[in-house]
Design a protein around this ligand. Structure first.
Ligand code: FAD
Length: 294
């Protein structure tokens, strides 16, 4: 039976209430026994303490392995060494290595220019201590000079020592399948796990997608616009759209799913329930009942 990994991404909350909501969301999602939880990191170190605090909280509250994100833009080597040492002492075994985007007003790039340099640095400093995840872009990173350059960048990240990639979210499964095929043509045969964004609020989704270069297809825009402020209808349509996307990805051979939870469990649970996903008794990976080989 084929098993595929499921993981959930959170962000570090800024308030005590946010932390408590995060703890309860993570406890709900922990019952599904995901492969790992990941925790975002504000580029330029803006959420460094918040990320460490939120990782510590979830380590105490759930048995699920934590994968903190590390964004190197604006950072020095010394700062990265300190952070890696801290995660080693906390028993962290997986990190998500990123460049990040400099917050406006922060002019300095720091000692790392690209995520591939961070991956190489992590390997140099800590050998095989961490599994390293990196970012991939089926719709191509907005700053890439060319499509081929962006594909070659992913190859560089794997050559530098990454184990697996998680994609930016997208709503067109063909973009993902094309991307994976192109990667294979370039000799990349490592797991590229689709990043899935549940649809719950239309205007927020539009804003966020413009920022990160993710395309919302016209048919999805039109369908969601039709509901205006009717939140229950937007959410119902959102569940359908994301469920269908996940189904196509899994049927097409995606090695797992990584959900951008936005610190909420209901939308993700709804999609997973519809997919008929059940936790495996043998491992902490999911067995996808509906998509198994036999
Ligand atoms: P890189 O891989 O360094 O690529 C950045 C750009 O540089 C690309 O256009 C690439 O083609 C180009 N490039 C790379 N190397 C070269 C080279 N040698 N010459 C010329 N061009 C080159 N951001 C955060 O701040 N915090 C987070 O926690 C966070 N989590 C994320 C998680 C996932 C799964 C994803 C997909 C993104 C996440 N991001 C996060 C956003 C990410 O930091 C941004 O998309 C950022 O703009 C690029 O980061 P990267 O690691 O992909 O950079």
């Amino acid at each position: 039976m084929t098993s595929r990994s499921i993981s959930f991404e959170f962000f570090p909350p800024k308030s005590v209430e946010g932390m408590s909501q995060l703890a309860s969301t993570a406890s709900e999602l922990a019952t599904l026994r995901p492969h790992f939880f990941s925790m975002t990191y504000g580029a330029g170190g803006s959420t460094r303490n918040g990320t460490v605090e939120a990782v510590t909280l979830l380590q105490q509250r759930t048995p699920i392995p934590l994968a903190p994100h590390i964004a190197c833009v604006g950072a020095t080597r010394e700062q990265m060494v300190e952070l890696l040492q801290l995660y080693q002492t906390m028993g962290v075994q997986r990190v998500v290595a990123l460049r990040g985007d400099l917050p406006s007003g922060m002019g300095q790039f720091g000692e790392f220019k690209y995520a591939s340099e961070l991956v190489a640095f992590i390997r140099e400093q800590t050998a095989d201590q961490f599994d390293i995840e990196v970012a991939a872009y089926p719709e191509i990173h907005p700053q890439a000079q060319t499509t081929r350059d962006d594909l070659l960048n992913l190859k560089r990240k794997f050559e530098a020592g990454a184990n697996s990639a998680i994609t930016q979210y997208f709503f067109n499964p063909d973009a993902y399948f094309w991307y994976v095929d192109e990667c294979a043509r370039l000799g990349i045969h490592m797991p590229i796990v689709p990043g899935i964004m549940p649809i719950t609020q239309y205007s927020k989704l539009v804003r966020f997608s413009e920022m990160c270069g993710a395309e919302i297809p016209r048919w999805i825009r039109k369908r969601l616009e039709m509901y205006a402020d009717d939140m229950p209808s937007i959410q119902a349509a959102g569940y359908d759209i994301v469920h269908e996307l996940c189904e196509r990805l899994l049927k097409g051979g995606a090695p797992g799913l990584h959900f951008y939870t936005l610190n909420k469990h209901e939308p993700v649970m709804a999609v997973l329930e519809n997919l008929g996903i059940v936790p495996s008794k043998q491992s902490n990976e999911y067995l996808l009942k509906s998509f198994s080989d036999n």
